[in-house]
Design a protein around this ligand. Structure first.
Ligand code: ADP
Ligand code: MG
Ligand code: MG
Length: 869
C-alpha cells in the first residue's frame, strides 16, 4: 500500500487521503505554481498508526525514507549534510480544515553542525540561528511537549536585556546565546539533549503530528463542528523557504477577496523578515498587503497574479499563505477561505456575474444556517451617536454586541451559564479559548490582525469580533482592561461593533438587520428553483408581517392558544375552563369570541391572500389555570365561588401526564363549545373581510391530535354546522379547508381513512417524534445529550427529523392518505420545518410546504432550493 505521495503525484481529488493542505499543495504543484517540493504521508497511515498501538512501523518508515531520498536528489541537498543541509517543515493537515488546531514544525534538519555549515554557505549566520532557535522552540512544543512559554520568557528576557523591541533587532550573538539557553531548557525538562540527528528529528516530528490529531483542543474543535474523530491527519514534509533571511524576505497570508464584506479585492497582511506563524500570532503588527507593492513590486505583482489564477482555478475565494525568500515568491498553502454570511452572499452573487460559477452553484455554496447571521442586529444609529467611544480595533467579524466583560474562557463559560451576555476580552485568543468564544456574544482582542485566530474563528461562528485594539492594556490575570485613565473590570458592560471595529463603554441599543440587494438576488434565485413552499408559524399580526418580509408564503401553523394569554383574556379563559355548567361556559366563550375574531382579522390582513392554517385549541386546559394561591383567590372572587371549591376544581384538572392527556381534539369531545367558538371566530373574520373589504381569505382549519378517524369526523361535523350558520348570518360563502395534524403514530397508519374527510395533512413532527420514540419532549434533553456523547443517537431527533423511524411513518401516512385523496395537501409544522436537513427530507418525500418560525424562513427557502438541485 502506498502511504507516501510526492507533491507531483497528487491532486485535489485525493483530498481524503492527502488532507486539505497536502492535496492543495499537490494541485498547486500540478498547475505550475511556485511551491517548494515535498511529499505527503497519508491520513490512512495516521489511522494505521493508531490501530497499531501508536507506532511508526517499518513499511511506513521505509516509504518515508524513500521519498525523502527522492526529494534530496532533486534539491541536491541532504538532510543532515554538514556542508549543504536540506531543511524541511513538517506540517499537519487533515481532510477537513481545522485552522490552528494541530501542529507544525519549521526548520527541521538544523543541529549544531548543520547550523555551522549553513551559516557558512548563506553568509547569514544571524538568519541561521534565528531559524535554529525557532526549531528548538517548535520541536519542544510539539514533539517534546515542553510548554512554549518557557522559551518565550527567555526570548522576552533577552529583548529586555538588550533593550530592543522586536525579535528582528536581536543580533547573531543574541540568537546564538538563545539557542544555547533553549537547549538547556530541553535538557532540564526532558533529561536528554535536543535531538541532534535530523533523521530522528524527522521521524519524531511525523509521529508528533499523528499524535496532534488527538490533542484536546483538536478534539473539542471536532466535537463543536461535528467532525468525525476517526479520519486522521496527513503529514506534509516540505522543503523550507525562508522569510527570515533579511529585509528582502517576508511571509504573509491573504484572502483573494475580503472575507468580512466579500469585496472583490485582495485582502491580506504580511511581515518582512519573519517566519511561519509570526503574522497570525501577533508577534509584531502585520502590514497591509498593498504596502508590499512598494517594498517588493515584482513579488507583489506576481503574487496578485497567482492569487487571481488560484481563484479562477478553484472557482472560489481562496485563503493563501505565502513566503518571499530573498525576493522570490513561494506558495505554501491555499484553501477555500472562511467568510461571513454577508461575504458569502456577496462573493457568490459576484462570481455568477463574473461567469465563474452558475446560479445553481451559488445557491449550493451557501450554508443555509449561516443566513441566521444576516438577520442579526446592528447598533441603533441614534443610540450609537450618544455612545461613549473607547477605542478602535479591526473590524474582524461583523455584527454588533453588547455584554459584560470576562477575561478568561473559563469565566466566560461560567457567566454564560448564569445567563449573562459575555464579551470575551483577551490579549489574543488561541485554540484553547474556543469554548469561551462559543459562550460569548462578542470577542475583543488587543493583539493580532484580521487573520488572527480570534478573527478567523469568530467569522466562522458568525460572532462579532474586534481584533487588534492595540491601545488597550489588558491584564488577564488581574482581570482589568485599561486605556489611558479609563479602567474596566470583570462584569463591566462594553459594546463592540464588528462592522467598524469600534469599541464603546456601556450597553448600546441594537436594531434588526436590513436585508441587502445581493441577499434578495440570491433568494430570488433560490425561489425560482425550489419546489417546496415555505410558510411560517405565527400567531400575531406582527410576527406574520415579519415572516412575509422574510418571504413566507402563508401561515402553516397559527397556534390559537397563545392568544388566550394576552391582556386580561386569561381571566376570561380561566372562567370558561372552570365553569360548572354549559351555560356558564358559553357565557365566557361569548366574551372570548370577539377577541379571537379580531386576532384572526389582523392575521388575515397581514397575510393578504396567502393561505393561513389555524389550529384549534391544543394544550391541556390546566396550562391556563392559576397555580398561585393569590391568583386562585382573585379568580374565585370574580367568579363568585368559594375559594376552596375553585381550588378543588383546579386540582381535579391536573393530570399525571398532560402531554398524553386531555388535549387537542379530545377537548372538543368533552367541550364542543370551545371549538365551536373558535371556528365561528375564524369564519366570521373571513366572512367579514370578504364582505367589507372584498378580501379573499381561504382559512385552513386544522384539528390537532387526531388518532382515531371518528374523532376527526366528530369535530369536522361540528365545525361544518357552525360554518353553515356563519354563511347564513353573513349571507356570503368563503372557501375553506378542514384538515388535520398527523402527530400520533396511529394516525399515520389510518391515514387513508382520515383522508376521506381531511383535505390536508400537516405533520406535527414534535409530537410525532415524542410519541414514536416515547421520549418526553420536555425532559428528553437531559439524556439525549448523553445518548449523543455515547454514540447511541447521532442527532437529537427533536432537532433533525429521524428519517428511519419518524420519517418512515410520514412516508406511510402520505402514501395511504393519497390512496383515498390523490391531491391531499401536505405540510409540516414542527420545529423541523426550519432545519435544513429535515427540509431536504420534506422535499424528498413530496410535501407541498414546510412551515417554520419567521426568522428561519430564509433558511428554509435556501434549504428547499438546495434540496431541489
Ligand atoms: P497551519 O495549519 O497552522 O496554518 P502550516 O502547516 O500552514 O500550519 O504552517 C504554518 C506556517 O508555517 C505557514 O503559513 C508558513 O508560513 C510556514 N511554513 C510551513 N512550511 C513552510 C516551508 N516549507 N517553508 C517556509 N515556511 C513554511
Ligand atoms: Mg499551526
Ligand atoms: Mg497554514
Amino acid at each position: 500500500k502506498k502511504y507516501v505521495y510526492a507533491f507531483h503525484e497528487g491532486s485535489t481529488d485525493l483530498k481524503p487521503l492527502l488532507g486539505g493542505k497536502g492535496s492543495n499543495l499537490a494541485e498547486m504543484t500540478r498547475i505550475g505554481l511556485p511551491v517548494p517540493g515535498g511529499y505527503t504521508v497519508t491520513t490512512e497511515a495516521c489511522i494505521e498508526y493508531y490501530e497499531k498501538g501508536n507506532i511508526i512501523w517499518d513499511e511506513l518508515r521505509h516509504q518515508i525514507e524513500e521519498k525523502q531520498l527522492e526529494l534530496e536528489k532533486v534539491m541536491e541537498k541532504t538532510l543532515g549534510d554538514i556542508k549543504n543541509p536540506l531543511l524541511v517543515s513538517v506540517r499537519s493537515g487533515a481532510a477537513v480544515s481545522m485552522p490552528g488546531m494541530m501542529d507544525t514544525i519549521l526548520n527541521l534538519g538544523l543541529n549544531d553542525e548543520t547550523a555551522k555549515g549553513m551559516a557558512e554557505i548563506t553568509k547569514n549566520p544571524r538568519f541561521v540561528f534565528d531559524s535554529y532557535r525557532r526549531l528548538i522552540q517548535m520541536f519542544s512544543d510539539v514533539v517534546l511537549e515542553i510548554p512554549k512559554y518557557k522559551f518565550d520568557n527567555l526570548l522576552e528576557t533577552k529583548k529586555r536585556e538588550k533593550e530592543v523591541k522586536s525579535d528582528t533587532d536581536l543580533t547573531e550573538e543574541d540568537l546564538r546565546e538563545l539557542v544555547e539557553a533553549f537547549k538547556k531548557v530541553v535538557k532540564k525538562e526532558t533529561g536528554k539533549e535536543f535531538p541532534q540527528n535530523p533523521k530522528d528529528q524527522l521521524m519524531m516530528a511525523v509521529e508528533a503530528v499523528f499524535r496532534s490529531w488527538n490533542n484536546p483542543r483538536a478534539r473539542v474543535y471536532r466535537d463543536l463542528n461535528d467532525i468525525s474523530h476517526t479520519m486522521g491527519t496527513a503529514v506534509n514534509i516540505q522543503v523550507m523557504v525562508f522569510g527570515n533571511t533579511g529585509e528582502d524576505s517576508g511571509t504573509g497570508v491573504a484572502f483573494t477577496r475580503n472575507p468580512s464584506t466579500g469585496e472583490n479585492k485582495l485582502y491580506g497582511e504580511f511581515l518582512m523578515n519573519a517566519q511561519g506563524e509570526d503574522v497570525v500570532a501577533g508577534i509584531r503588527t502585520p502590514r497591509d498587503i498593498e504596502e508590499l507593492k512598494e517594498i517588493l513590486p515584482e513579488a507583489y505583482e506576481q503574487f496578485c497574479e497567482v492569487a487571481k489564477s488560484l481563484e479562477t482555478h478553484y472557482r472560489d475565494m481562496q485563503d493563501i499563505e505565502f513566503t518571499i525568500d530573498s525576493g522570490t515568491l513561494y506558495m505554501l498553502q491555499t484553501r477555500t477561505g472562511k467568510r461571513t454570511a454577508n461575504a458569502a452572499i456577496q462573493i457568490a452573487v459576484d462570481m455568477v456575474g463574473e461567469k465563474l460559477i452558475t446560479k445553481e452553484e451559488a445557491i449550493l455554496r451557501l450554508n443555509p444556517n449561516d443566513l441566521d447571521q444576516l438577520l442579526h442586529p446592528t447598533f441603533n444609529e441614534k443610540a450609537l451617536n450618544d455612545a461613549s467611544f473607547i477605542t478602535n480595533g479591526l473590524p474582524a467579524s461583523s455584527g454588533a454586541a453588547s455584554g459584560k466583560i470576562y477575561f478568561s474562557p473559563e469565566d466566560a463559560v461560567k457567566a454564560k451559564a448564569d445567563g449573562e451576555r459575555v464579551i470575551l476580552v483577551r490579549n489574543e485568543t488561541s485554540p484553547e479559548d474556543i469554548e469561551g468564544m462559543v459562550a460569548s456574544v462578542g470577542i475583543l482582542t488587543a493583539k493580532g490582525g484580521m487573520t488572527s485566530h480570534a478573527a478567523v474563528v469568530a467569522r466562522g461562528m458568525g460572532k462579532c469580533c474586534v481584533s487588534g485594539a492595540g491601545e488597550l492594556n489588558i491584564n488577564e490575570s488581574e482581570k482589568v482592561m485599561s486605556i489611558d485613565d479609563q479602567h474596566f473590570g470583570e462584569g463591566d458592560f462594553i459594546s463592540l461593533d464588528g462592522n467598524t471595529g469600534h469599541v464603546y463603554a456601556g450597553q448600546i441599543e441594537t436594531q434588526d438587520a436590513s436585508l441587502g440587494g445581493e441577499f434578495l438576488t440570491l433568494m430570488k434565485w433560490a425561489d425560482s428553483v425550489r419546489k417546496l413552499k415555505v410558510r411560517t408559524n405565527a400567531d400575531t399580526p406582527k410576527d406574520s408581517a415579519k415572516a412575509v418580509e422574510f418571504g413566507a408564503e402563508g401561515i402553516g401553523l397559527c397556534r390559537t392558544e397563545h392568544m388566550f394569554f394576552e391582556d386580561n383574556r386569561i381571566f376570561v379563559m380561566r372562567r370558561m375552563i372552570l365553569s360548572r355548567s354549559v351555560e356558564d361556559r358559553k357565557k365566557a366563550l361569548d366574551q372570548l369570541m370577539p377577541m379571537q375574531k379580531k386576532d384572526f382579522i389582523g392575521i388575515f390582513k397581514a397575510m393578504g391572500s396567502r393561505p393561513v392554517t389555524i389550529r384549534l385549541l391544543d394544550p391541556p386546559l390546566h396550562e391556563f389555570l392559576p397555580s398561585e394561591k393569590a391568583d386562585i383567590e382573585k379568580l374565585a372572587l370574580e367568579m363568585e365561588v368559594p375559594y376552596s371549591r375553585l381550588k378543588e376544581t383546579v386540582f381535579e384538572l391536573k393530570e399525571v401526564n398532560p402531554m398524553l392527556g386531555h388535549r387537542g381534539c379530545r377537548l372538543a369531545v368533552t367541550y364542543p363549545e370551545i371549538y365551536e367558538m373558535q371556528v365561528r371566530a375564524i369564519m366570521e373574520a373571513a366572512a367579514e373581510l370578504k364582505q367589507k373589504e372584498n378580501q379573499e381569505v381561504i382559512p385552513e382549519i386544522m384539528i390537532p391530535l387526531v388518532g382515531e378517524v371518528k374523532e376527526f369526523e366528530y369535530v369536522k361535523e361540528l365545525a361544518e354546522n357552525v360554518i353553515k350558520e356563519v354563511f347564513e348570518d353573513y349571507d356570503v360563502t368563503v372557501p375553506y379547508l378542514i384538515g388535520t395534524m398527523i402527530e400520533i403514530p396511529r394516525a399515520t397508519i389510518i391515514a387513508d381513512e382520515i383522508a376521506k374527510g381531511a383535505e390536508f395533512f400537516s405533520f406535527g413532527t414534535n409530537d410525532l417524534t415524542q410519541m414514536t420514540y416515547g421520549f418526553s419532549r420536555d425532559d428528553a434533553g437531559r439524556f439525549i445529550k448523553e445518548y449523543r456523547e455515547k454514540g447511541i443517537l447521532e442527532k437529537d431527533p427533536f432537532q433533525q427529523i429521524d428519517r428511519k423511524g419518524v420519517g418512515e411513518l410520514m412516508k406511510m401516512a402520505i402514501e395511504r392518505g393519497q390512496q383515498t385523496r390523490k391531491d391531499i395537501k401536505l405540510g409540516i409544522c414542527g420545529e423541523h420545518g426550519g432545519e435544513p436537513n429535515s427540509v431536504e427530507f420534506c422535499h424528498m418525500i413530496g410535501l407541498d410546504y414546510v412551515s417554520c418560525s419567521p426568522f428561519r424562513v430564509p433558511i428554509a427557502r435556501l434549504a428547499a432550493a438546495q434540496a431541489a438541485l
